[in-house]
Design a protein around this ligand. Sequence first.
Ligand SMILES: [Zn+2]
Length: 292
Amino acid sequence: MAMIRIGDLRIDRVEELCGAFVGPDEFLDGIPRAVLARDPAWLARHGMDMASGNLVTSIHSWIVRTRHHNILIDTCYGNHKDRGEGHLGTNLQTDWLDRLAVQGLRPEDIHFVMCTHLHADHVGWNTRLIDGRWVPTFPNARYIFARKEYEHWHPEMGAATFFGEGPAFIDSVLPCVEAGLAAIVEDGYTVDDQLTVEAAPGHTPGTCVIRAHSQGKGGLFVGDCMHSPLQVACPDVNSLACEDPAQARATRRRLLGDCAEHGHLLLPAHFPPPFAGHVKAAGDAFEYFPLG
Ligand SMILES: [Zn+2]
């Protein structure tokens, strides 16, 4: 994938995993049969692996370079984390840091880490295991956490009942707070006048999107407000990981409508190659146009 530009912002991507891990029915809540029966070319364009019948899913971080700062959006599962037996994110040992280096960035070069929400596959590389301790990976970064999401997962504040207590919060969020590197921010927090944190609840109560804007161009880093291009065509279909189904649907429709109306680039956290695209309104739903 070539580098993406939004005005004077440079956008790159660092992949952790990409594969046809799950079937549509294992992950998308009530995807219509008629959609899964569409022609193979359409399904392939929407991330269906025709050989296995599974959805191609990527787990990646986005990098945004403004004129002044290097910003990492979402940090995948990370290495050596224990997420339970058989979990995709358990005890990974990928060369994600080397892939970051391929983009010309050392951990010290990251100025901001922004997490759309605090699920395990969005906070993992916030920390790494050094001498048996979880240490912030990016020593010069400010880690940006949205207050509502932070409090939802905090064992002394929140009611993170959906997935139970959050081991990811303990090993991948709290160490950054304890190291004095975190900023707990409100809706509207902005980096360099170009990246704004906006509430987008539903997938989790405090999920945010990051709105990029530069020179009249825009992009929306929508995290897990949608996981599959099939949800562009079927915006009322949630993932089974969405905490509040009605709110997740409303947020997804609002974000897709925003992209369609203003021509903003859609940059989700898990879409298959080419990982981002544009959206047009199509009747009561939307059509997805992957980046060429
Ligand atoms: Zn995710």
